[in-house]
Design a binder for this molecule. Structure first.
Ligand SMILES: [Zn+2]
Ligand SMILES: [Zn+2]
Length: 213
């Protein structure tokens, strides 16, 4: 498995390039900004991008989607419940002093427990709302890896004060869909360093594991 992380844009968001050597096919997950830099990194992997996968429609996760669709002419995958937020991004960007540009079209709506094939890799979608509507995490079957989006971070959890957020819903998502994964599963979050499910279960202060809160 090829898995590369690029931290992009003013929000220091983690974009991931995922693929497998055998088929040469890959996916870009959450291209939030710096499309040219992402495209260069893709080129260096030698992968052919077959899809762009979005965990949720916050501006820092989708800012480079339209530019990369122009580059790869590949489908964009996202949960249907994230569409409203996606459509509001140009207006929201102006309020933040940013420019969003063209809203990308989503080609396929992904539901809970779907298996997305990226070459020989199998990404199982985990519906994990609470941080944002229609938030999805992706468990890479057989690789011991989960892309957790902004639901779970090393030592923290996603904020819930943006539109459609709920701490109660987020905690349920984390407990039922992420902490149920094997302890040695490596978590690659939307911001900050990687961690493991076991480490977060043991020490994440938001998860009642004996931390500070
Ligand atoms: Zn977010
Ligand atoms: Zn984010």
């Amino acid at each position: 498995m090829i898995l590369e992380r690029l931290t992009v844009g003013p929000f220091q968001e983690n974009c991931y390039i995922l693929g497998d050597e055998d088929s040469g096919l890959g996916a870009v997950i959450d291209p939030g900004d710096e499309a040219a830099r992402i495209a260069l990194a893709v080129e260096q992997t030698g992968l052919e991008v077959a899809s762009i996968i979005v965990t949720h429609a916050h501006i820092d996760h989708v800012g480079a989607v339209a530019a990369l669709v122009d580059e790869y002419a590949c489908p964009v995958l996202m949960h249907a419940e994230a569409e409203t937020m996606l459509a509001q991004l140009p207006t929201q960007a102006v309020m933040m002093g940013l420019r969003f540009g063209r809203v990308p079209a989503v080609d396929r709506h992904v539901e809970d427990e779907e298996v997305l094939e990226v070459g020989n890799l199998r990404l199982r979608s985990l519906y994990t709302p609470g941080h944002a509507p229609g938030h999805l995490a992706f468990y890479v079957e057989g690789e011991g890896v989960v892309l957790s989006g902004d639901a779970l971070f090393a030592g923290s959890v996603g904020r819930v004060d943006l539109g459609g957020g709920s701490m109660e819903v987020l905690m349920k998502s984390i407990e039922e869909r992420l902490l149920t994964l094997p302890d040695d599963t490596i978590v690659y979050p939307g911001h900050g360093p990687a961690t493991t499910i076991g480490d977060e279960r043991a020490s994440n202060p938001f998860l009642g594991g004996g931390g500070l809160l």
